[in-house]
Design a protein around this ligand. Structure first.
Ligand code: FAD
Length: 338
């Protein structure tokens, strides 16, 4: 049985930052993640994509952010159970919890912080008859390493931020980039839409709208696709087809833990992000409340407030004075920020 103060389910950016905030309060953390590596969406979906809205970092690659968060939390020696999915939770008589994974590993903690993000990663796939045949043979639903596409012909489909951002990024990497979207309007950031239009004028992105990919071609590897526009079908050669239609959120086993769920997310209060079950908190992309934004910096904020509450639950009646880490430094921090 693994014992800890705060059991964190999900080692994405929110879970990793919780380790640091809890550590400042002398609380020990252990993280469980279904993926074999920490970092959540940042490692699994876009490790080489720059992020521009982390305070203090004008630009940082998602993979580097994960590395930095691990480094920041290392001093507090968190434990990890990786490659295992938290499956069941049992409340004990004393109010603590035992969480068991799909591989039977048991974890015991008085506080559980669910930082499960989108749950399991299920890409939304376009309805194309033979698409499975080409998965990892030219059809990719995520871009992990853009270098794979260097000097290759790439066709991206989609109209959100991901499709726009990658079309812009790959315009300087691939030999050709085509972006296909079924509407003339895009859902992504205005700035990115304008950038795509600029690159179209420079012939760096071939923009085809409103249009839909209707067929895939090739033997062992994809070699082309058919695009239908205004009722007319055209076949384009390509080395890669990347449909970026987002992820369908699947909470997985956490959805059966008796928590209040709304739109595939866990309802929390906005004081300390506690759920309807005392001692279970939900932070980061996995929670919902009025005005919720699924951003990394919001997860950091939620983790910070949650740890303050966890401290009070674990140390009833103990006075805690919150000041700044910079005054006493992190090393030798004695539980009071003075
Ligand atoms: P996640 O990163 O989703 O991590 C959750 C982890 O929980 C996962 O590793 C998952 O395996 C694990 N998990 C779930 N259920 C279980 C279970 N039952 N047992 C064990 N493990 C479990 N945000 C920004 O702020 N700025 C950006 O520029 C930005 N760009 C983005 C670009 C793309 C392409 C995408 C897809 C997202 C982007 N985001 C961005 C959103 C950002 O990645 C998320 O807000 C962030 O990852 C949420 O962190 P999290 O730790 O809450 O969850």
């Amino acid at each position: 049985m693994i014992k800890t103060d705060i059991l964190i389910i999900g080692a994405g950016p929110t879970g990793l930052f919780t380790v640091f905030e809890a550590g400042l309060l002398k609380l020990k953390c252990h993280l469980i993640d279904a993926l074999p590596q920490p970092g959540g969406q940042c490692s699994e979906l876009y490790p080489k994509k720059p992020i521009y809205d982390i305070p203090g970092f004008p630009e940082i690659l998602a993979g580097d952010l994960t590395g930095n968060l691990l480094e920041q939390g290392k001093q507090f020696e968190p434990g990890f159970t990786l490659g295992e999915r938290a499956e069941t939770i049992d409340k004990q008589e004393d109010g603590s919890f035992i969480v068991t994974t799909n591989k039977g590993t048991k974890h015991h903690a008085p506080i559980v912080a669910i930082a499960g993000g989108l749950g399991s990663f299920e890409p939304r796939k376009p309805k194309l008859e033979n698409i499975e045949q080409y998965e990892d043979k030219g059809v990719n639903y995520f871009i992990k390493d853009p270098e794979v596409y260097r000097d290759k012909k790439v066709i991206i489909a989609g109209g959100g931020d991901s499709a726009l951002d990658w079309a812009i990024f790959l315009a300087d990497v691939a030999s050709s980039v085509t972006l296909v979207h079924r509407r003339n309007e895009f859902r992504g950031a205005l700035d990115s839409v304008e950038k795509v239009q600029e690159l179209k004028l420079l012939n760096k992105i071939n923009l085809i709208t409103p249009a839909e990919v209707t067929a895939l071609h090739g033997d062992d590897h994809i070699t082309g696709i058919t695009v239908s526009k205004d009722g007319e079908a055209t076949t384009l050669d390509t080395d890669y087809f990347i449909p970026l239609f987002g992820l369908s959120p699947k909470l997985g086993p956490i959805g059966n833990w008796g928590l209040e769920i709304e739109k595939n997310a866990i309802k929390v209060n906005t004081v300390d992000y506690q759920t309807n079950i005392d001692g279970i908190f939900a932070i980061g992309d996995v929670n919902t409340y009025e005005g919720k934004l699924k951003l990394i910096l919001c997860g950091f904020h939620e983790a910070t407030l949650m740890c303050q509450s966890a401290y009070k639950i674990l140390n009833p009646g103990k006075k805690f004075v919150l000041k700044y880490t910079t005054v006493s430094g992190v090393d030798g921090f004695d539980g009071t920020r003075k």
